[in-house]
Design a protein around this ligand. Structure first.
Ligand SMILES: Cc1cc2nc3c(=O)[nH]c(=O)nc-3n(C[C@H](O)[C@H](O)[C@H](O)COP(=O)(O)O)c2cc1C
Length: 387
């Protein structure tokens, strides 16, 4: 059992010699530091959400509407934060969310994050949109649990090619993102006229794929300039015709476990279970895709209920270690970390991202210690009245 909380001791030990941390300990400071460090277009892309960002804000506030019940006088010396996902025991109930801009946030950012997952032994979901290829990321993640996140393309052959490549590269699962049939309406990016892919970045999986080159009308990647790659990509990135039939097709063509990412309705969750998927990922994409929704966490318990034992992961709005516990208490098997680790990457590469992850786990573990929870299954939350 890892003692995640012990991580904080080192800061006090070093502080006794007047040495303080290079990295922050709160999300607010982390975001501020990232903003100072990042290209404003890329910061806007990471920080921003859909519309006036109401849903994005609600995601965070909605989690805080749940309070852990402090228990007492139970033995909590050894705390077990482990969980099982896709047949593997994870030491911590978290995974790294797919974020399609890591290679633009930090040099070789996708590989830095995959290596961080390998170093810390945590699970990662890796985006279709990356500066490193599926194959390079699969290798960099080492023995850690790796799930390839698929954006189904309007070109079905290209989609199939990505699935085959993920399987051949040795990924442990495939997460099909369902809430990106179109790019969301994002005022920050619109005012900057900026999306990384349209400028030809984070397209390594496309430009390394023979089918994409064929669609672009070139025989080699070298004949494809960045802007042309971005233009072709924009014509086939998303597939608004993708429906349950296409999920059935993917289910048939791969033996990889399938995660459906972006399910918020119990009826959809039940249908996903019937379609033979392995994990439901309850998420509203961090409020980046559709605005006007309720906090993502408000969907979780009903989905867990609806699928009766099928693992359900949660992401959207997790900002600290207590949020991880809140989501687990409401039924999540594992919890996805999004923007916090991206900001860590921005300010310190793999080391900065690792700091963020370790801080989240330390806070989760220490909170369990104080509130006398030795196991995740014991966690209990109540809704703060009138919050
Ligand atoms: C900059 C950025 C890029 C993202 N790219 C992807 C992606 O490529 N695929 C995907 O399924 N989700 C993507 N997401 C959504 C995340 O996987 C996750 O659902 C979200 O970040 C959770 O919300 P939070 O960051 O507010 O906690 C992205 C999120 C951000 C912030």
């Amino acid at each position: 059992m890892q003692k995640f909380g012990a991580w904080q001791d080192d800061f006090y030990a070093k502080g006794a010699y007047n040495e303080t941390s290079r990295y922050p300990f709160t999300f607010a400071e982390l975001e501020q530091r990232a903003e100072n460090a990042m290209n404003p277009l890329i910061f806007g892309y990471v920080r921003g959400g859909a519309g006036d960002e109401t849903t994005q804000g609600r995601n965070v506030a909605g989690l805080r509407a749940y309070g852990l019940v402090p228990r007492t006088l139970r033995d909590r010396a050894n705390r077990d934060l482990s969980t099982e996902l896709l047949g593997r025991r994870l030491q911590a109930p978290i995974f790294i969310c797919p974020v399609g801009v890591l290679g633009a946030v930090y040099p070789k950012g996708d590989l830095e994050i995959a290596q961080m997952c390998a170093d810390l032994g945590i699970a990662g979901m890796y985006s279709t949109l990356s500066e490193a290829t599926i194959e390079e990321i699969a290798e960099a993640r080492g023995d850690s649990l790796g799930i390839f996140q698929l954006y189904p393309s309007s070109d079905r052959e290209l989609t199939d090619s990505f699935v085959r490549r993920a399987e051949a590269a040795g990924f442990d699962g495939l997460a099909v993102t369902l809430d990106a049939g179109s790019l969301g309406y994002r005022p920050r990016d619109l005012s900057h006229g900026f999306t990384p892919m349209r400028r030809g970045t984070c397209l390594a999986n496309y430009t390394s794929d023979p089918r994409f080159l064929e669609l672009a009308g070139v025989t080699s990647k070298d004949d494809l300039g960045a802007l042309r790659a971005g233009r072709v990509w924009s014509t086939l990135f998303s597939d608004p015709h993708f429906t349950w039939d296409n999920v059935a097709h993917i289910r048939e063509m791969t033996s990889l476990p399938i995660v459906l990412k972006g399910i918020c309705d119990p009826e959809d969750a039940r249908r996903a279970k019937d379609a033979g998927v392995d994990v439901i990922a309850c998420s509203n994409h961090g409020g980046r895709q559709a605005n006007g929704g309720i906090p993502a966490i408000e969907h979780l318990a009903a989905i867990v209920d609806a699928v009766d034992g099928l693992p359900v992961t949660f992401d959207s709005g997790i900002r600290d270690g207590v949020d991880i516990l809140r989501a687990v208490a409401l039924g999540a098997t594992a919890v996805g970390i999004g923007r916090p680790y991206v900001y860590g990457l921005a300010i310190g590469g793999r080391e900065g991202a690792a700091h963020v992850v370790r801080a989240l786990l330390a806070e989760a573990d220490l909170t369990m210690a104080i509130d006398c929870y030795a196991k995740l299954s014991e966690l209990a939350v109540i809704r703060v009245p009138g919050y």
